[in-house]
Ligand binder design. Sequence first.
Ligand SMILES: [Zn+2]
Length: 309
Amino acid sequence: MDLIKRISGVLIALLILTGCSSDSADEEQNDKLKITSTFSIMTDIVEAIGGDHVEVHNLVPLGTDPHEYDPKPEDIQFLTKSDALFYNGLNLEGENGGWLDKFISSINYDENKVFRATEEVEPMYLASGTKDEEINPHSFIDPNVGIKMAEAVEQALIEIDADNSDYYKKRAEEYISELKDIEAEYRETFENIPDEKRILVASEFAFQYLTEQYDIQEGYIWAIDTEDNGSPQQIKDATEFVKQHNPPVLFVESNVDRRPMEAVSKESGVPIYEKPLYSDEIGNRDSEASTYIEYLRYNLKVLSDGMNR
Ligand SMILES: [Zn+2]
């Protein structure tokens, strides 16, 4: 009897031991912070700084407009168990009653776990007028803003997961130093392009943070993707701007209908630069702009090659 008890005791101990070890392996996998992020650029920055300690679920897929989005069942599932939600703000996700606000309140997600990456960014407005005008959401096109977003992500990750703060600090330091190098390249490149060529004409009025930062004149067909995209009046106004400023080329973004810009090109006689700019999103994995860092470098190359025509 005693022997059997002892043997079964050993067996139970073994079972507990093996049970424990497989539990801790599970835990190791689940140890990652679960983070929901609203769109590709935000997601890439969180992954760059969070590294192996984060599992990020991206909401707005590539090729889709981040200004309007319907969350899917898997988004609801992931956000429900997320340790944090990162978003751009500045109206990108249709703030104040927009899709993100509705999504957060629809599942009663804890507001204390919601982090806005542009807290330190001075907003610019679509119509250069009073503060009541609509905020231009596209601040991340400017590398200076990318630096602020990376700093905000670093701070938030440290706040949520203090145990790994050294890890986040080290990765953020490397990442931000690369962004600072890129910012210096932007400054030097645009300083060396003569005034009369330093003109950026694209479809959407998305490049304002960049053009004001580097003293570039900006023309556009529509102010924001959510309004008419290429009405006859918009095309007429854009054509007038182009004729007046005579830029070397026109630019078109990766995620818009090219036809309105083709109409402006035909009317004005100014060609469209052959490579697209990225604005609302990074490119897919096989593209030359598959990370935010690549996106910034790619846009600078397209802009300087185009303007120097
Ligand atoms: Zn946009």
